[in-house]
Design a protein around this ligand. Structure first.
Ligand code: ATP
Ligand code: MG
Length: 257
C-alpha cells in the first residue's frame, strides 16, 4: 500500500447560503511537492485554504494531514498539526516590531506556556531566549535581516509578505500554504521569493501555493490544480494544464464576464 499523501482533500464542498464556493473538490499533495492552486478570481482558492486551516467549517467532505483529520478542528490545532499559512490580505500585528511578530508565531510550540511567561520562571526565560534566537534566524532566512526592530506596519509591502512567511515558519510547519505571496511585488522581488520557496522545499517543507503569476507557477510548481466556480477542472503538470482546453476556456470566460 502506498504511504498516505501529506495532505488529502476529499470531496470538500463549501456553501455560503445559495452560493457553492467549493463543490466536491478532491486533491492530494505529496511530501516535498510545490503544489499550485490557480483559477480565475472568485474560483474558491482562498475559501479552500480557509477550509483547510479551520477558519471555515466544511459543508461536506474531509481533509487529512498525514492521515490525521483536520476537518472540525480549530485553527490552532491545525497549526499544531504542522500546517501553517499566510493570508491574501496580510495579517500582521502592525504596532508590534517585525521580530515580535515572528516570536508570536513561535508560541504554539513553546512549553512554559502563558503562565510561565507571565511569572518569568527560569524555564520560561530560557525558552524566551531560544524563541528570540530562532525568530532572528528566520528573519534572516526570509531576507529581513536588520529589520527586526521596525514596526511591522512600517515595512514595505514586500517585506510584510516576507514577514508573514517568517511568522508562519516559526510554527515549524511541515506544510506551508501561501495565498498570493508575490502579489504586488516587482520582478526582482518575485525572483527572490522563488528562491526562498525553493530553499524551503530543499529544507524538507511542502508548499501549497495560490498564485496568479503564471510564469512563477510554471517555473516552480511540480503540479497544479485549477479551480473554476468552486470545481476542480484540471490537475497535473503545469505545462500540460496550461494547454488544457477547459482551463483556457475558464480564463477566457472570466474575461468575457
Ligand atoms: N465568508 C464568505 N461569505 C460569503 N461568500 C464568500 C465568503 N468567502 C468567500 N465567498 C465567496 O466565495 C467565492 C470564492 O471566493 P474566494 O475568495 O475563495 O475566491 P479566490 O479564488 O480566492 O479569488 P481571488 O483570486 O479573487 O482571491 C466568491 O464568490 C466569494 O464571494
Ligand atoms: Mg483569494
Amino acid at each position: 500500500m502506498n504511504a498516505p499523501a501529506l495532505l488529502q482533500v476529499s470531496a470538500v464542498s463549501k456553501r455560503f447560503g445559495g452560493l457553492a464556493a467549493l463543490e466536491d473538490v478532491s486533491l492530494s499533495v505529496g511530501r516535498g511537492e510545490i503544489y499550485g492552486l490557480i483559477g480565475p478570481n472568485g474560483a474558491g482558492k482562498t475559501t479552500l485554504f480557509n477550509c483547510m486551516t479551520g477558519l471555515y467549517d466544511l459543508s461536506a467532505g474531509h481533509i487529512h494531514l498525514e492521515g490525521v483529520p483536520l476537518h472540525g478542528r480549530k485553527p490552532h490545532h491545525i497549526v499544531e498539526a504542522g500546517f501553517a499559512r499566510t493570508f491574501q490580505n496580510i495579517r500582521l500585528f502592525a504596532n508590534m516590531t517585525a521580530l515580535e511578530n515572528v516570536m508570536v508565531g513561535r508560541h504554539p510550540r513553546t512549553r512554559a506556556g502563558v503562565l510561565g511567561a507571565v511569572l518569568r520562571t527560569p524555564g520560561a526565560r530560557a525558552e524566551e531566549a531560544a524563541i528570540h534566537n530562532r525568530a532572528r534566524e528566520l528573519m534572516e532566512y526570509v531576507g529581513l535581516k536588520n529589520k527586526g526592530r521596525t514596526l511591522a506596519g512600517h515595512l514595505s509591502y514586500g517585506d510584510q509578505r516576507r514577514l508573514e512567511i517568517a511568522r508562519a515558519l516559526a510554527t515549524e510547519p511541515r506544510l506551508l500554504a501561501l495565498d498570493e505571496p508575490v502579489a504586488g511585488m516587482n520582478p526582482t522581488e518575485r525572483r527572490q521569493m522563488s528562491d526562498l520557496f525553493l530553499r524551503l522545499r530543499a529544507g524538507g517543507l511542502t508548499l501549497l501555493l495560490i498564485e496568479h503569476d503564471v510564469k512563477l507557477v510554471m517555473d516552480l510548481c511540480d503540479r497544479v490544480a485549477v479551480l473554476d466556480y468552486g470545481r476542480k477542472i484540471a490537475e497535473g503538470e503545469p505545462a500540460l494544464v496550461q494547454r488544457d482546453p477547459a482551463v483556457i476556456a475558464a480564463y477566457l470566460g472570466g474575461d468575457e464576464a
